[in-house]
Design a protein around this ligand. Structure first.
Ligand code: AHR
Length: 304
């Protein structure tokens, strides 16, 4: 299926710069910063007039940014929705103004006619991959604690769902504690400290919805006097340099890649939409799985 198109009146004239408004979530993780850089650098390279807004993790700020983009009559609006729900009204306002919406990296639960395309990863598959890796590390048996991402975010909901689905094949692997660490190092550490305090001797592994929370958890495990990556296995998602360093040091075990370098795909789609062309409904990214044994070798090749 293909995305809905903007009207011809929205089409920029040949010599006019493409104007794109991007409502970013914030700067909660290494991954997010890499995504922001990719989008800014690509805009610069392509000569796109990028209106960038940082919402400081707040949906209300993203909504305000979108309204301001509508008022400025940008050609295309893109956003990484901090949470999945609550977008209906503002997306309708953009549609009434004939400005196409592109979802970047996180999904939104709205009527499909209200956005043109989703550019990003299959978060459910990432969760499933993490569960399969965890099973190998634990020989199919053990207690896992889970550090969830931001409450209500598609990246958190789907990574949880995928992991739970993956675990169904392993009845002796159990999630004994699960709480949000908001995708940040500081929160990941704090929640892991609490898990260790109540269940320390009983935890064989931690599954973190992103690498930053895993890095926070690693610190908590060390301060508790156990060896991360050995006494407590560490599996997370993203593939940022920080986790490759931890894997190279033997403190983390596996990262399931999630590619933040979405700038080129974003502006390719934005150009097409502004020209009245159709785009795919889901522009997927290719991703790998990386384990501690190759971390040293792979680290210098990582781009984020
Ligand atoms: O939406 C993608 C997630 O958001 C990344 O995994 C995480 O690091 C980021 O904050």
């Amino acid at each position: 299926a293909c995305g809905s198109q903007p009207s011809a009146t929205n089409q920029p004239a040949k010599d006019k710069k493409l104007v794109v408004g991007f409502a970013q979530i914030g700067a909660e993780s290494e991954w997010r910063t890499a995504e922001t850089n990719s989008i800014k650098e690509t805009a610069e390279k392509l000569g796109v007039d990028l209106k960038f807004s940082d919402a400081q993790q707040k949906q209300e700020n993203q909504i305000k940014a979108i309204r301001s983009f509508i008022a400025q009559k940008v050609d295309v609006i893109a956003l990484a929705p901090v949470v999945e729900s609550g977008w209906e009204t503002v997306f309708k306002e953009a549609k009434d103004a004939k400005i196409p919406i592109i979802l970047v990296d996180r999904g939104a639960k709205v009527d499909e006619s209200l956005y043109t395309t989703f550019i990003g990863s299959d978060f459910i598959q990432e969760g499933k991959n993490a569960a399969a890796e965890m099973a190998k590390l634990l020989n199919n048996k053990g207690n896992i604690v889970e550090l969830q991402g931001t409450v209500g975010a598609s990246a958190a909901n789907d990574r949880k769902k995928g992991f739970e689905e993956g675990l169904q094949a392993f009845p002796d692997m159990k999630i004994i504690k699960s709480q949000s660490g908001d995708f940040t190092r500081a929160k990941g550490k704090e929640v892991m400290e609490a898990f260790l305090k109540s269940d320390g001797k009983n935890i064989q592994a931690v599954y973190a919805h992103n690498d930053d929370m895993a890095i926070g958890a690693i610190q908590a495990i060390e301060e508790y006097g156990l060896k991360p990556g050995v006494d407590i296995k560490v599996v997370s998602i993203d593939g940022v340099k920080g986790i490759f360093e931890a894997m190279a040091a033997g403190k983390a075990n596996v990262t399931v890649e999630c590619n933040p370098l979405l700038g080129p795909q974003l502006f390719d789609a934005a150009k097409k939409l502004a020209a009245g062309e159709k785009v795919e409904r889901w522009i997927k990214t290719e991703e790998g799985i990386f384990r501690a044994d190759t971390a040293k070798e792979v680290l210098p090749t990582r781009k984020y």
